[in-house]
Design a protein around this ligand. Structure first.
Ligand code: NAD
Length: 432
């Protein structure tokens, strides 16, 4: 640690309401059902490390602004901490804690040797220039110091962060290690630009994984994706890729919501045309081949599939009763709160839970990390094939567990993860 104002503590056991409390409720349900060993339960209910950093950055006009950034490391029994970095005004310790725990479960479900972590800086990057965002990123990375590391804790992109931000993080981290060790440390972040050690297929990985999961669900339900309609919340990395990758199946996107507004067209919204519009206009609002709508209309728009791919807590006691879909495929982390979840279950709406559905990103991050460590470069075909296998295997494990334990898919996904984590604790025991 090498920064002005930092705190490090173990506070995961405090259930202070909010998002981490929602994770605890999901966790408790699965732990009760599978009769999880009480000692393992205590360990997994807490985060391991939490770092808060308040740091100054010089703005383009010479002013100094103070930013608050967080990194929470939930668990590393299965491997190095792994998880994204988010830039958003609503980033908080509670949110980052929840997102870190979800990373632990996710890596365990898809059987990759990573633990769970997450980070964030509380600010809206839309209000800052590229050079300010670069300085904010570099200063936070420097302040994190040895909190991150290629064999210890490996960040990746999340909401409002991308390959460019990962390149700045990597470059800053490498500047702090001896010159002869730099090229051996590029796996300190994943989701880098391909020319700087990134992997082919990482940009589309999460959306691709979502589509593999929808494909599996369609097979199980003898459902023709060629006639499917879907609505999408969030047209960023995850959402835009999921929409574009569903297009070749013949599925029709009928409504999209992002931070700029909502658009609806029952005859179909072309995801490639929408992407061009978003790239030039910054959001879906004003897309000429759809009509604007309000948020309530968006929620009530009938479709076969809803893909939430924006932020948490969107499917709630307020919105879930109005949704007219057969399947929710959770591209976002935590889009459904426990009350919303119960309503979807009562209403017979299937849910592919986030910790399974959006695991494609961390899987291809793992592939990137492996390629860096081995000085290899895999082609896209190999990556897609390996991603598909891991996602579909995980789908089968969750499906079988749901049947065996007679439970919902989210609880089944937790049970798959918790069994793997409990086994590791049983093998290793607790030091001393
Ligand atoms: P992004 O920043 O690329 O896109 C976010 C999208 O959400 C944007 O279209 C934005 O306009 C929209 N959005 C933001 N606030 C909104 C609001 N209040 N209402 C409606 N739309 C809103 O982020 P992303 O990387 O696509 O991440 C989206 C979700 O997927 C997050 O929950 C993230 O944690 C999760 N996720 C991302 C990855 C990844 O690889 N990027 C992996 C797993 C899970």
């Amino acid at each position: 640690m090498n920064e002005e104002s930092t705190e490090r503590d173990r506070t995961g056991s405090e259930k202070d309401g909010g998002l981490f409390n929602a994770v605890c409720r999901q966790f408790d349900k699965a732990a009760d059902l599978m009769d999880l060993d009480p000692d393992t339960r205590k360990i997994l209910a807490a985060t391991m490390n939490e770092v808060t950093i308040h740091f100054p950055v010089k703005m383009d006009d010479g002013r100094i602004e103070i930013f608050s950034g967080y990194r929470v490391q939930h668990n590393d029994v299965l491997g190095p901490f792994k998880g994204g970095l988010r830039y958003h005004p609503l980033v908080s310790p509670d949110e980052v804690r929840a997102l870190a725990a979800w990373m632990t479960w996710k890596s365990a479900i898809v059987d990759i040797p990573f633990g769970g972590a997450k980070g964030g800086i509380q600010f809206d990057p839309n209000g800052y220039s590229a050079s300010e965002i670069e300085r904010i990123t570099r200063r936070f990375t420097f302040a994190l110091g040895n909190t991150i590391g290629p064999e210890y804790d490996i960040p990746a992109p999340d909401v409002n962060t991308n390959a460019q931000i990962m390149a700045w993080m990597m470059d800053t981290y490498l500047a702090t290690v001896p010159a002869h060790q730099r090229s051996a440390n590029v796996h300190v972040v994943t989701g880098k630009p391909v020319g700087s050690g990134g992997s082919l297929g990482r940009d589309k990985a999460t959306g691709q994984g979502v589509v593999y999961m929808i494909e599996e669900w369609a097979k199980d339900n003898s459902f023709d994706l060629g006639r499917a309609t879907f609505t999408l919340q969030g047209f960023g990395n995850v959402g835009s890729w999921a929409a574009r990758l569903l297009k070749p199946f013949g599925s029709t996107m009928v409504a999209v919501e992002d931070v700029s507004g909502c658009i609806v067209n029952e005859d179909g919204i072309d995801p490639d045309e929408l992407l061009e519009h978003v790239n030039t206009r910054g959001g879906v609002a004003g897309f000429p081949k759809a009509r604007p709508a309000d948020c309530d209309t968006f929620v009530c728009t009938p479709a076969d599939i809803f893909i939430p791919a924006a932020l948490e807590s969107q499917i709630t006691a307020e919105t879930a009763p109005h949704m007219r879909v057969r399947l929710v495929a959770e591209g976002a982390n935590g889009p459904t709160d426990p009350d919303g979840d119960a309503i979807l279950r009562e209403r017979g709406i299937d849910v592919i839970p986030d910790i399974l559905c959006n695991a494609g990103g961390v899987i291809v991050s793992y592939f990137e990390w492996l390629q860096n460590k081995r000085s290899e470069f895999w082609d896209l075909e190999e990556i897609d094939e390996k991603l598909s296998r891991r996602m579909r295997d995980a789908y089968s494990r969750v499906c079988d567990t749901a049947k065996d334990c007679r439970t919902d898919w989210r609880t089944a996904a937790y049970i798959v993860a918790l069994r793997r984590l409990a086994r590791a604790y049983k093998d290793r025991g607790i030091f001393p």
